[in-house]
Ligand binder design. Sequence first.
Ligand SMILES: [Zn+2]
Length: 165
Amino acid sequence: MMNKPDTFPSPVSGLLDDRMWASIDNEAMALPFCDACSKAIYPPANCCPSCFRFDLTWKTISGRGKILSWTRFHRSYLPEYPAPYNVIAVQIEEGAVLVSNLAGGEPADGDWIGKKVRMVYESFSGKMLPRFQLSEESDPRLSLNGDDASCANVCRHGACHGLDS
Ligand SMILES: [Zn+2]
């Protein structure tokens, strides 16, 4: 579990990052999407790295994703990040891979890979940062009687979870 730092270094902003950081400050992270191939582009760029088109549209991402990989750092590299702390690679629903931290509880079964997560925004010294939390445990709408597996076999839509809106 990562301790919350009292101070936080300013993000190093590239030429095209300001719009993304502004959207994070508004707790609705947005990324550029390619108009031609629909891919989400992270980090933000002015050209699609897949098809090299320049027509991009900024869209708010869903914040939903799954953990692709994770590690726990046992050495501090910045005083604001005291060890130990976790680092996760999350593939968001829109396809891009973000590197962040898992906030809140860690997987009870110790198995991180493939776990569904949702983005949460945490304020550090007045700067908003995107992090992730486990989604099954934190969103009671995703669980019917606390048994996701059996529910998924019966219900393949979100109607009984209030997710069909
Ligand atoms: Zn493209």
